[in-house]
Design a protein around this ligand. Structure first.
Ligand code: SAH
Ligand code: DHB
Ligand code: MG
Length: 228
């Protein structure tokens, strides 16, 4: 039934949206096919969510993007396509196997010149970026292990500037975030993220729930402002 509140209906509505608004895209389809063939989990953002990430990058005129959690590079491709020719995207990925698939997908999409994928635990790579004196990023997409989201948010603030945008994926997890007694590190990490954002005077932020082909979840979006 088209109007019922169910995964089946969300899938159908996502198909409707994608069919009408998103052009057929060989590079993105190939990236997902290659990722699946390599045995990567299909926990990439949905196509319409990837398009939203690209729009946010375009709307903010982002030239430098930091991504935490590359997987097979699907969201990476959406974000990198929004960059100008001299733009730069640095993506951090803990698993070598994922990074290898992502590098191939990014190259096949013609974006290898814009994208650098670094391998290691993000909490080791982020201080390295800072030590290298990397130029601040205009947008950060946080989409790795949810247990460390509060730490990734803190690092995002260290590596951005006033006017930068920070987007965090998976901040609802089917409603599990409401379980204050949960010992699940993902839930605890998600709740710590909300607390950290709420206590941070340098951002204006909100979160929105999403339903669709990736189930019931949500994005948190924060704008870095002058501390109040
Ligand atoms: N952004 C991707 C999906 C990322 S899935 C997309 O939408 O297409 C989450 C990724 O984070 C996985 O590839 C996982 O290996 C990686 N990851 C998990 N823990 C990590 C950590 N501590 N540091 C860096 N990457 C991590
Ligand atoms: C899952 C989904 C994600 O979007 C992600 O980044 C990590 C994990 C999941 O459904 O397990
Ligand atoms: Mg995600």
């Amino acid at each position: 039934m088209a109007h019922e509140n169910s995964q089946e209906s969300w899938d159908e509505i996502d198909r409707y949206i994608v069919d009408r608004l998103l052009p057929a895209d060989g590079a993105l389809d190939a990236a997902l096919a290659h990722s699946a063939a390599a045995g990567l989990p299909s926990i990439n953002v949905a196509p319409n969510q990837g398009a939203l990430l690209g729009l946010l990058a375009s709307m903010t005129h982002a030239r430098r993007v930091l991504e935490i959690g590359t997987l097979g590079g699907y969201s990476t491709i959406w974000l990198a396509r929004a960059l100008p020719p001299a733009g730069r995207l640095v993506s951090l990925e803990a698993q070598d196997r994922h990074a290898a698939v992502a590098r191939a997908n990014v190259a096949q999409a013609g974006l290898a010149g814009l994208v650098e994928i670094r391998v290691g635990p993000a909490l080791e790579l982020l201080p390295e970026l800072e030590r290298e004196g990397v130029d601040p990023f205009d947008m950060v997409f946080v989409d790795a292990d949810k247990a460390h989201n509060a730490e990734y948010f803190a690092w995002a603030l260290r590596l951005t500037h006033v006017g930068s945008v920070v987007v965090v994926d998976n901040v609802v997890r089917g409603g599990r975030l409401l379980d204050s007694s949960s010992a699940d590190p993902d839930v605890v990490g998600t709740r710590r993220l909300y607390d950290a954002v709420a206590a941070e005077p340098r951002v204006r932020a909100t979160a929105v729930q999403t339903v669709g082909s990736k189930g019931h979840d949500g994005f948190l979006v924060a704008l870095v402002v002058e501390a109040t």
